[in-house]
Design a protein around this ligand. Structure first.
Ligand SMILES: *[C@@H]1O[C@H](CO)[C@@H](O)[C@H](O)[C@H]1NC(C)=O
Ligand SMILES: *[C@@H]1O[C@H](CO)[C@@H](O)[C@H](O)[C@H]1NC(C)=O
Ligand SMILES: *[C@@H]1O[C@H](CO)[C@@H](O)[C@H](O)[C@H]1NC(C)=O
Ligand SMILES: *[C@@H]1O[C@H](CO)[C@@H](O)[C@H](O)[C@H]1NC(C)=O
Ligand SMILES: *[C@@H]1O[C@H](CO)[C@@H](O)[C@H](O)[C@H]1NC(C)=O
Ligand SMILES: *[C@@H]1O[C@H](CO)[C@@H](O)[C@H](O)[C@H]1NC(C)=O
Ligand SMILES: *[C@@H]1O[C@H](CO)[C@@H](O)[C@H](O)[C@H]1NC(C)=O
Ligand SMILES: [Cu+2]
Length: 565
């Protein structure tokens, strides 16, 4: 079925001499933790939660052996923001580039950290990462275009006391407002660095590079470092021309990253709070949503100059409108000043909507909801190669909202958000240029703005405002002309579960074959999913296939099916 010759060893030959081998052994399992005082099982790594930060240097060769010790859930790890140059089968999106890793199974991920900056890793399986399986991944650059003395990372997230399988069942129940697109479960807390009492020891007279990562499930976050100005120098792994945010607030959405420089004070006479708030406007859209009186969207952490001094309360940020009161990231300029990609070879327009399917609210892209195929889409591309059905025909991929693009094309994606809700759209495998993005209620795409940058910012996740649109471009510059498959989806896990996802099938007709590591074939077999064939069979709502068959032992929560979506 697949050629047994392996691509990975070839890669080792073309590496910079100084690159190191970084090998990680990760046992993924349940860990009790009480990040905000409420104890619950979290999905941790090697017996610890929060999951570890990965720190590597540009060019390092990464290999991670992931062992699934969860016992009752399947898993997989996506390396968010990595383009997976030459290693598209290592993207970790289950049902797309691999089968899910069932309990008791293992898989080795191998790729090269050939991009510097701020990334993260997270499960891409069945709405799983908000239960804990996510962490920071920093690729240090030997010569960044700015100077700093030291660095640290903070993550921002919404946090739930109940586990995702239970919450997803509630969200997807017919009782849940199917006609209105479904009401998402409210988070219990916001956390900074997975804690309500994060204290960051800093020294005076220093410049710190702060990596900020939104590892949350749903709302964006707006934050303020009291008494300190922030200068943006990176978004989503792309260095920017330094952007002094001054007194304006910065926002990052689920999936996004941002690095800022802060200059610490000259003296250590007091400490300062970091204030973070979840975008409450993403939760308020339903008239009949009950937001409790005491609901607290805020989280506080501290820059600690002097441990003998008190930790001050968060600044009282008045009149913050999380709809408008933030720096527009479309105004950033990438440090490499790469020109606007043109002309456009292919335009893809996504009009988002929702509809009730079997009484359950689903989101749609151009009228169709995404249903995960039992054969991972990449495997369809590889295995249908020799058959009579053309892999350039989107119909062979099933209900995955497929878009086929050709090698070298400049692809423009227009996202028209017809919802009352904001959506952070994320593209795997590429950075895209952001040409334009409207404000809330800014209307759908009809024409280009007059003020498009000649050097647009590049990132991999963009917030698309309600009843507005965004326009992004990328080149299908697949370096070695390998067939690749990338998800394009809203990063809100509720919305992923509701089908707000499309699939980009890149250069399917390229002759160069990619062979799958034997690990991948083995886990498909032990999971009970096919590793070849078309995308006509789906996992349904309850995690069963269209054609009923025996459930395997890798049952996820909330039902007797194989998995959740
Ligand atoms: C992709 O990898 C190839 C081979 O290692 C390398 O020549 C190329 O520069 C890489 N491209 C990017 C965009 O990193
Ligand atoms: C935040 O959490 C990560 C992961 O646990 C850790 O590596 C990092 O040091 C923490 N940052 C601070 C400022 O405590
Ligand atoms: C910080 O720098 C200022 C100006 O150079 C100096 O006066 C001060 O003593 C320094 N503070 C510390 C704690 O070194
Ligand atoms: C959240 O922070 C804002 C700004 O400081 C404040 O006005 C508001 O009262 C806080 N909310 C809660 C519930 O503490
Ligand atoms: C560009 O124009 C659009 C619409 O005319 C406007 O919403 C946006 O704020 C402008 N952007 C900049 C950076 O001026
Ligand atoms: C691709 O793989 C198929 C199936 O193994 C094989 O028949 C074909 O010759 C390969 N094509 C190339 C260009 O290697
Ligand atoms: C899976 O196991 C964890 C840890 O024992 C437990 O908290 C959780 O409820 C289980 N999930 C399901 C769906 O059974
Ligand atoms: Cu969304």
């Amino acid at each position: 079925m697949f050629k047994s010759s392996c691509l990975i060893p070839l890669l080792w030959l073309v590496l910079p001499a100084l690159a190191a081998d970084v090998h990680l052994e990760w046992d993924v399992g349940w860990v009790w933790a009480a990040s905000d005082g409420f104890a619950r099982p979290m999905i941790g790594i090697n017996g610890h939660w929060p999951c570890p930060q990965v720190d590597v240097n540009l060019g390092d060769r990464i290999s991670v052996d992931v062992h699934n010790h969860l016992g009752n859930q399947s898993t997989g790890i996506h390396w968010h923001g990595f383009r997976q140059n030459m290693t598209g089968m290592m993207d970790g999106s289950t049902e797309v580039t691999q089968c899910a890793i069932p309990p008791g199974e293992s898989m080795r991920y191998e790729f090269i950290a050939d991009q510097s900056g701020t990334y993260w890793y997270h499960s891409h399986e069945m709405g799983q990462y908000p239960d804990g399986l996510r962490g920071a991944f920093i690729v240090h650059d030997p010569s960044p275009p700015f100077a700093y003395d030291d660095e640290f990372t903070i993550t921002l997230t919404d946090f739930y006391h109940e586990q995702m399988p239970v919450l997803l069942d509630q969200y997807r129940s017919p009782a849940n407002q199917a006609d209105f697109g479904g009401v998402e479960p409210l988070p219990d807390r916001a956390l900074i660095n997975d804690s309500t009492e994060t204290k960051i020891k800093v020294e005076p007279n220093k410049t710190y590079l702060v990596h900020i990562i939104c590892i949350g499930n749903w709302p964006g976050h707006t934050f303020v470092f009291d008494g300190h100005d922030l200068t943006v120098v990176e978004v989503d792994g792309v260095f920017t021309d330094p952007y002094p945010a001054g007194s304006k607030r910065l926002r990052i959405t689920t999936g996004q990253r941002m690095s800022v420089l802060i200059k610490t004070k000259e003296d250590t006479s007091r400490n300062y709070a970091i204030w973070d708030t979840m975008d409450i406007n993403m939760m308020l859209i339903y008239e009949d949503r009950a937001i409790p009186e005491n609901f607290n969207p805020n989280a506080t952490a501290w820059l600690v100059y002097n441990e003998a001094e008190p930790l001050p309360p968060a600044p009282d940020v008045h009149d913050l409108d999380t709809n408008t009161d933030f720096v527009d990231d479309v105004a950033f300029v990438p440090a490499d000043h790469e020109p606007l990609l043109e002309p456009v070879d292919r335009q893809i327009v996504l009009d988002t909507g929702f509809k009730a399917i079997d009484g359950v609210a689903r989101f749609t892209v151009n009228g169709e909801t995404y249903m995960p195929p039992t054969t991972p889409t990449l495997y369809t591309v590889l295995s249908l190669d020799e058959e009579s059905r053309s892999i350039a025909d989107p119909a062979v991929y099933g209900q995955v909202n497929p878009f086929v693009i050709q090698y070298g094309e400049v692809v423009e994606i227009v996202i028209n958000n017809h919802h009352d809700n904001l959506h952070p759209w994320h593209l795997h495998g590429h950075h895209f240029q952001v040409l334009q993005r409207t404000a809330v209620d800014g209307g759908y795409f009809t024409e280009y703005f007059q003020n498009i940058s000649s050097t647009p910012i590049k990132r991999d996740t963009i917030m698309v405002q309600n009843h507005g649109h965004a326009v992004v471009r990328f080149r299908a510059d697949n370096p070695d002309k390998i067939k690749r498959v990338w998800l394009l989806h809203c990063h809100v896990e509720w919305h992923v579960a509701a089908g707000l996802t499309a699939t980009i099938i890149e250069a399917p007709d390229m002759v160069r074959n990619m062979s799958l590591p034997l690990d991948n074939l083995r886990i498909c077999e032990s999971y009970g999913s096919p590793s070849s064939g078309d995308g006509s069979e789906n996992w349904d709502e309850d995690g069963n296939t269209d054609e009923p068959e025996e459930a395997t032992s890798c049952t996820s929560g909330g039902g007797d099916g194989k998995r959740q979506v």
